[in-house]
Write a protein that binds this ligand. Structure first.
Ligand SMILES: [Zn+2]
Length: 462
């Protein structure tokens, strides 16, 4: 039973940075049992011995569809006293029934047998089970060339996809093939939605050097605290991108108490990018900062460029700050980038490819005969995703690296002419990354399975 399959995957913890290697052993056994002999099995481990699994089902077509999933989950501290039950779907559900923290919606869902509760059920062990079952069921389909890629560390630094992707591309190339597109089965909290493309992200940093002065004479100083506060407000109202920029960190660099007005400050801001070019977003941001803040304090606003970059250590944000602080000796607002960078993958491009047409046809067919949630196609998977690593725009990647003092560790592995469409066709559920995480197993088994399989059949059968 599909439900039991998903529950068995949930029962073995795979918390990011903690229990992924042990789960890897379990997943290897699961794949051995579910996938037939005709599927070629490869493994590659990252520097922390966490395995990525690549399973190749060669077909007559030279077009390979990559089926991508991550098997790691976030931690369980948010479950509080119920943390011990986070990997026990049945017992957790029983315990949650009397939990006073549940919302009205939670209380309705907990009575409904269609939901499996527990850490990873939604994000994304139901998706992992679906992918493996799809490859199993299509093992004898002559034309289809499928590559199932299951990786760790998607909730961390994406080391899984980074180590797996070069091996995958080489294997496909050795077979005379090419990547036709990528389908991930990560979750949606928006009923029935399938996504084309994925959201990217830049981490914009600002180092502020003001003018120090005595607290008794603030008019003679330029306080880094005031500049940072205005920067935060100016960037937050920058309406060109959705969602708007979000400040993740902001501090003055004084350290201890003194009556001196702080002259140095630092912040970093999340910039989500979609169809826009990162170059244009940075240029526009520069204008917003110049007009809104630079003018007010009569400070120059500089986008820093770097000739070479140091390899990043454990804290690339602080390492970058140390480098910038040394060189930015004059008063000013200095903008630069730091890791991580997630590349945006175009929704428009994805939609209009052959795989995009197969996805749309599969959605139409489902809606005509559906026995569950209505399906629809929307632009941009809304969360950070490993789909970003199928990026092929070297020019943009180089531009971003140029403004980053440490190595971004982001190198397009695809050449520009190999630009691929990406999609997310995942199950519906609620509470991802929260203690109310649950997946609609009926939706996964019906809608998602049918959409996924029909997309592949549509692609290869015309
Ligand atoms: Zn996920």
């Amino acid at each position: 039973l599909f439900q039991q399959l998903v529950e068995s995957l949930v029962r073995v913890p795979s918390v990011n940075g903690d229990s992924e290697a042990q789960f890897g052993t379990f997943l290897r056994g699961h794949l051995d049992a579910r996938l037939g002999k005709s599927v070629v099995r490869l493994e590659v481990a990252d520097s922390r011995q966490r395995p990525s699994f690549i399973s190749l089902k060669p077909g007559a077509s030279r077009d390979w569809i990559v089926l991508l999933g991550h098997y790691d989950t976030v931690g369980v501290s948010d479950y509080g006293a119920l943390a011990d039950l986070a990997f026990e779907p049945v017992r957790l559900r029983e315990a949650l029934k009397s939990d006073p923290r549940l919302t009205k919606r939670d209380r309705e869902d907990i009575k409904d047998d269609r939901f499996i509760w527990g850490r990873g059920a939604l994000d994304m062990k139901a998706g992992v089970a679906l992918l493996a079952e799809t490859v199993r069921e299509l093992a004898d389909h002559a034309p289809a060339s499928l590559a199932l890629v299951l990786v760790p560390d998607e909730e961390g630094d994406s080391s899984g996809i980074r180590t797996a992707l070069p091996v995958l591309l080489q294997e496909i190339q050795d077979r005379g093939g090419r990547v036709a597109g990528v389908i991930k089965t990560d979750f949606t909290e928006d009923t029935g939605v399938v996504y084309a493309g994925t959201t990217g992200k830049l981490l914009l940093n600002a180092f502020v050097r003001g003018v120090s002065g005595h607290a008794g004479k603030p008019e003679a100083a330029i306080s880094a605290a005031s500049v940072l506060a205005d920067l935060e407000a100016a960037l937050r109202s920058f309406a060109r991108i959705t969602p708007p920029p979000a400040c993740l960190h902001l501090q003055t660099l004084t350290g201890k108490y003194s009556t001196q007005i702080p002259s140095e400050g630092w912040m970093f801001v999340n910039l989500m990018i979609r169809e826009e070019r990162p170059q244009d977003i940075l240029e526009d941001t520069l204008e917003v900062v110049r007009a809104g803040v630079g003018k007010k304090y009569d400070l120059p606003v500089v986008l820093l460029g770097f000739g070479s970059s140091e390899p990043a250590g454990d804290d690339p944000r602080r390492e970058s700050l140390a480098a910038v602080r040394k060189t930015a000796t004059e008063p000013g607002i200095y903008l630069y980038l730091t890791p991580p960078f997630y590349a945006p993958m175009s929704a428009d491009f994805s939609r209009e490819t052959r795989l995009g047409r197969a996805v749309r046809r599969s959605i139409q067919d489902w809606n005509r005969n559906r026995t569950g949630h209505r399906a629809s196609l929307k632009p941009f998977y809304p969360y950070i995703s490993d789909l970003s690593f199928f990026y092929s725009d070297e020019g943009t990647a180089n531009f971003i690296q140029k403004h980053c003092p440490v190595s971004l560790d982001f190198r397009p592995l695809m050449s520009a002419k190999e630009r691929v469409p990406v999609f997310d066709i995942g199950p519906f559920g609620m509470g991802a990354h929260r203690w109310t995480e649950r997946v609609d197993i009926a939706d996964a088994e019906l809608r998602v399975k049918v959409l996924l399989k029909n997309t592949i059949l549509c692609y290869y059968e015309g």
